[in-house]
Design a protein around this ligand. Structure first.
Ligand code: NAP
Length: 338
């Protein structure tokens, strides 16, 4: 390696991935490997053989047979954490206290209080922490936000969204209440996030209705968010229905219709704008939202810049989710967002 290459490598964030999770394998690990400012140097698993096989198969130089070993690895600057939801809080705090930057999967924790404890640990260690809601980094999402903020559809009155898919394996972590499963935690969290983002306020009250599995996780949930300025958002999410991910932002002068909403990906996509009888298709070039997210996070970690989405944003999303669950468990009445 010549000097220039060495310098280029030392300018890169050295990542480790905590577990052999599917989302890491399918999307985030390759995004780190393709990123301009990061290298994926290690993977850890609860099982040493699984870690070794995963590292070999995916061209990751090193592997660890425990999460602790990766967290203590001095050759690693940052961890990507795709553990089951109930495990995020403790492992993230552990990693932050060991001085690692952490990009953690959504939802960041099981509740807002946990998020704020995680944020405090990051501040104490002087490292970065961000929730991995990747769709926000896609250029199409950025363009929708800009159009809404610029008043292109007038005053926002409603956001309608859905994220459903059909889970086929009964052993999936999403069906296990002890691991933080449920449709709202898994995919409804995107609907809550896009609703809060597009309205540009925090909801003050919510209502929800759910269908529960025998084990007590919501396999389907429909919710309403009430915002102080008078806007409403309504959404549904499910682990039992054909895949559908879309949202509409409706305003006084028109509305925007966005499909393939949360995983737009690298193919060109559109924003459909409707104003009276006029329909306009705004084409947006595709891009890898996962790579854009990890590059943003690495820039912030390497140059000590604030991340675009602070932990308070993740906490606000979870505060709304907690209120939705309270409402669903109490029969669908209005619940304040505390
Ligand atoms: N942003 C996105 O697009 C996206 C998409 C899917 C999922 N996610 C999020 O990513 C996280 C992981 O989801 P996933 O579907 O990738 O999960 P997954 O494939 O089931 O992987 C979870 C990993 O956690 C480890 N683990 C530790 N304790 C476990 C336990 N008791 N049961 C099961 N696994 C355990 C396992 O790794 P080892 O055995 O190697 O230790 C396992 O491979 C969740 O927070 C989810 O919400 C995000």
């Amino acid at each position: 390696m010549n000097e220039e290459d060495e310098a280029a490598v030392s300018d890169r964030l050295r990542w480790g991935v905590l577990s052999t999770a599917n989302i890491g394998r399918a999307a985030v690990n390759p995004a780190i490997q393709a990123s301009r400012n990061g290298v994926l140097n290690a993977v850890a698993s609860r099982d040493r053989d699984r870690a070794e096989a995963f590292a070999r198969e995916h061209g990751i130089p090193r592997s660890h047979g425990s999460y602790e070993a990766l967290i203590e690895d001095p050759e690693i600057d940052a961890l990507y954490v795709p553990l089951p939801n109930s495990m995020h809080r403790d492992w993230v705090i552990h990693a932050l206290r060991a001085g690692k930057h952490v990009l953690c999967e959504k939802p960041l924790a099981l509740g807002a209080t946990d998020c704020m404890e995680m944020a405090a640990a990051a501040v104490e260690s002087g490292v970065k922490l961000m929730e991995a809601f990747m769709y926000r980094f896609h250029p199409r999402t950025e363009q929708v936000i800009e159009m809404v903020r610029n008043g292109q559809i007038g005053e926002v009155g409603a956001v309608r969204s859905t994220f459903t898919f059909r889970l086929r394996s009964p052993d999936n972590i999403r069906l296990d209440p002890s691991l933080g499963g449920g449709a709202l935690m898994d995919v409804g969290c995107y609907c809550v996030n896009v609703s809060r983002t597009m309205v540009g306020e925090e909801p003050h009250a919510v209502q929800a209705s759910a269908r529960w599995t025998d084990r007590g996780v919501d396999e389907m949930l429909a919710g309403v968010l009430h915002f102080p300025g008078g806007a409403v958002a309504h959404f549904d999410c499910a682990l039992t229905m054909e895949r559908c991910e879309r949202y509409e932002v409706a305003g006084s002068d028109g509305y925007l219709d966005v499909d393939r909403a949360f995983l737009p990906g690298t193919e060109d996509v559109v924003i459909r704008e409707v104003r009276g009888r006029d329909r306009t298709r705004h084409a947006v070039g595709g891009d890898d939202e996962y790579r854009l997210m990890v590059e943003h996070f690495a820039d912030c970690a390497l140059h000590d810049r604030p991340v675009r989405y602070p932990v308070s944003e993740a906490a606000a999303n979870l505060r709304t989710i907690e209120a939705l669950y309270r409402s669903a468990r109490r029969g669908g009445g209005i619940e304040p967002v505390e």
